[in-house]
Design a protein around this ligand. Structure first.
Ligand code: GLN
Length: 552
């Protein structure tokens, strides 16, 4: 039977609870345990698909087309397992199931209540993940202890221990230990309050992870141990890290995985830790002064979490090439002005990420044009491919006013459009292409060389496609549709021969990149960008590929 670890957070949101949970997942996996992870989100949206990226960051897409919380991206990157839609459950989806059962008459006339019906449904979702082949399920509860909405979730995880037995469950509580400048002290009071709140819901934490900007002294650990009633080895210091990939290493140095293994009955000596591959990846770019400057042309640049997986994939590409990424956030709406200011010209590479809605699109089109004309390596992701096609249609093929139906349904040339069968569906909700789809790559193309394969699978999340009616016009202008769906109808990749790297994909490859399996398209973009940067730094390319970095 699978063991369960529940991760809750206290004092403040944005403590990096997801990263802490992911890091623990990595440590347990590095001890040979089979780990899976789950996020329970107390908000009412049925899934995060409808949430504004400004507020909530990116929507992470799983192989099976689940639109999930961005923490699942961290889980996949750290634990290196493909998760699925069941790996994320919101209060909305839980209520939806319970209400649907009630409508079907499943409750036989009883009053349907938070306890036991909602809590039973939550426990069901947790139990579902603990299959035969899983040793540990790590479940992160979103939000902060003390929130009104979190109560049913705390109640469910409290009951869970009773249901499956004390030795099969471990509660990890992540809190903040702030440093107060004027008094020069780190303060434990917020943690004490947060643990008191958790206990008032019947949960005594087994481990307390203290987030702080500096390490927690042994004296402070003893104080927290005494006041919060956990052994001193179970008070773990987790300081701000230069790179998120260092967190597993520092949590291991604090003894977290040893402690948790013992608590759950995994004899640590039977499960020796091997973090060496992970460490060598993290250390690879630590001391290098080789840097490539990549511009990300986005519209949510004030909330970097909106592009989390793209940024991490660029870093992974940097690991593979042994270069640091100097990421430049560029507001799409300002791009035309910036062209004059030369900011784009100073870039070694450009990424045009996905997006929805008209704002910023013309700036992205301008960036694609600039990249093409100035021979700057450029990777377009989803909407990024669409704007590359629009710019190419307008400026190379001469189709004035070319656009996407999403931005101007009456445009003279709808080079990006809904497919005919989609247009007949009135409800937009059913028309999104979501999840993993195959693509056939053209032999000899840039993308086939990057992947080293001719049949690839990528995750999608979009409605619009390259309009097949314009494909031959685009191709006769010189654009190569280098990847198509197996039936040949949908354009999945475009590229431009003769350009150092001008590649668009209709998919979201950023959702499949992992630090130890960097995604080939990001590796190729960073390689091309490094070549451009060579002018700035002559020895940039003398970097051997590391054996431990296996491209997907
Ligand atoms: N808005 C575009 C579409 O729906 C692109 C979506 C995306 O970039 N994820 O097709």
């Amino acid at each position: 039977m699978a063991k369960h670890i529940f991760v809750t957070g206290g004092v403040s949101s944005s403590l990096g609870k997801g990263l802490t949970a992911s890091s623990l997942g990595r440590l347990l996996k590095s001890r040979g345990l089979k780990v899976t992870m789950q996020k329970l989100d107390p908000y009412i949206n049925v899934d995060p698909g409808t949430l504004n990226p400004f507020e909530h960051g990116e929507v992470f897409v799983t192989d099976d087309g689940g639109e999930t919380d961005l923490d699942l991206g961290h889980y996949e990157r750290f634990v290196d397992e493909n998760l699925h839609r069941d790996s994320n459950a919101t209060a909305g989806s839980i209520y939806q199931s319970v209400i649907a059962k009630e409508r079907r008459g499943a409750y036989l006339g009883r009053t349907v209540q938070v306890i036991p019906h909602i809590t039973d449904e939550i426990k069901d979702r947790i139990r579902r993940l603990g299959g035969e082949d899983v040793d540990v399920v790590i479940t992160e509860v979103g939000g902060t202890v003390g929130d009104i909405e979190i109560l049913p979730f705390l109640e469910a995880i409290r009951q869970f221990r009773k249901d499956v037995g004390r030795n099969n469950v471990c509660y990890v509580h992540v809190t903040l230990v702030p440093y107060l400048g004027p008094s020069g002290e780190q303060k434990t009071k917020p943690t004490q309050h947060s643990v008191t709140e958790l206990r008032s819901r019947g949960i005594q934490p087994d481990v307390i992870i203290c987030r702080s900007d500096r390490s927690i002294s042994d004296g402070l650990k003893r104080k927290l141990s005494l006041l919060c009633d956990v052994p001193v080895e179970a008070v773990v210091s987790c300081t701000d890290a230069a790179s998120i990939y260092e967190i597993p290493i520092s949590l291991h140095e604090e003894g977290l995985d040893d402690y948790v293994c013992e608590l759950l009955g995994f004899e640590p000596s039977h499960h020796p830790l091997d973090l060496s591959a992970w460490e060598s990846i993290v250390r690879r770019v630590e001391s290098t002064d080789r840097t490539v400057r990549i511009g990300l042309i986005g519209k949510y640049v004030n909330l970097p979490d909106a592009y989390l997986s793209v940024v991490e994939s660029l870093r992974h590409g940097g690991f593979a090439q042994g270069v640091k990424i100097d990421l430049q956030w560029i507001q799409a709406e300002e791009v035309e002005g910036l062209l004059g200011a030369g900011r784009l010209a100073s870039l070694d590479g450009i990424v045009i990420p996905g997006g929805f809605g008209e704002r910023g699109v013309e700036g992205k089109v301008a960036a694609a044009t600039f990249a093409r004309e100035a021979s700057i390596p450029c990777l377009g992701l989803c909407l990024g491919l669409q704007v590359m096609v629009i710019e190419f249609a307008r400026n190379v093929v001469g189709l004035a006013g070319a656009n996407s139906r999403e931005f101007d349904a009456s445009a003279a040339h709808l080079v990006i459009d809904l497919m005919d069968e989609q247009r007949e569906v009135v409800d937009m909700g059913g028309t999104m292409r979501l999840g993993l789809f195959p693509a056939k790559l053209a032999p000899g193309s840039v993308v086939a060389a990057a992947y080293g394969e001719e049949l690839v699978y990528e995750r999608h999340r979009h409605r619009f496609e390259v309009n097949p009616r314009y494909r031959s016009k685009l191709e006769s202008g010189g654009l190569v549709c280098s990847g198509v769906s197996p039936d040949g109808r949908l354009v999945e990749f475009v590229e431009l021969p003769g350009h150092p790297f001008w590649v668009g994909t209709q998919a979201h490859p950023e959702f499949r990149s992992r630090p130890d399996h960097p995604h080939p398209l990001f590796v190729a973009l960073v390689a091309a960008a490094a070549e451009r940067a060579e002018g700035r730094s002559p020895h940039l390319l003398d970097v051997p590929q590391a054996d431990e970095l296996k491209v997907l």
